[in-house]
Ligand binder design. Sequence first.
Ligand code: CDP
Ligand code: CDP
Length: 214
Amino acid sequence: MILAIDGPAASGKGTLAKRLAAHFGLPHLDTGLLYRGVAMALLDRGDALSDEAAAERAAQVLAPALLDDPRLRERAMGEAASVVAAQPRVRAALIAFQRAFAATPGGAVLDGRDIGTVICPEADVKLFVTASPEVRAMRRALELRTRGQPADEAEILADIRIRDARDAGRADAPLRAAPDAELLDTSDLSIDEVFTKALALIAPAIRDCTHTRA
Ligand code: CDP
Ligand code: CDP
């Protein structure tokens, strides 16, 4: 059973993906960390984010162990990740790792931007999680403050708008809902409400899956 959870920054897709993975006992991959990892490797070496050949090499040698680095979660890394993520050679270099993860026996949960459209078009469950930019900025600001980091909500909102436009506007694997994805707007929902709603939305697909495999 493959669950593909896509959506823009701070829509709540990661929180939901983690929760669904725990509920169904499946491994979870936050694919945003891969792009963040490539960006971090370039920044650490002093390479330009626009250097596609260097970014492709970084993607090819990306060690999964690197994905635990707390610096990946920094705000600037999300912004840098979206720059390298627009490069087709970087995306191509990261496909095999993501598909291998999705092929884990028993299934997997992956969250990102293009899981339902490009990485796992055959996923059993596809959710496209959204929320208004204002709500997403508020959530991100709260999250940063909770981690003891400074957070200017207006600045975060501006960043979110730039990142949405870059992710949705790129030619290769743009951020968009797969035609067969269930849409889930979390703007007015708590984390528990999102989880309950997601379970209801995916119940038919889960039933089909269990029957097919029984
Ligand atoms: O957590 P947040 O949504 O802020 O960011 P993320 O999921 O870690 O993704 C960082 C950036 O990586 C995104 O803005 C996208 O440009 C890129 N990304 C992508 O292109 N495809 C994915 N499957 C996941 C992330
Ligand atoms: O993975 P993504 O960037 O889409 O978002 P996230 O990291 O799952 O969620 C961003 C922040 O919003 C986290 O601090 C969540 O706890 C919070 N959140 C929320 O307040 N209400 C929701 N319904 C979902 C997430």
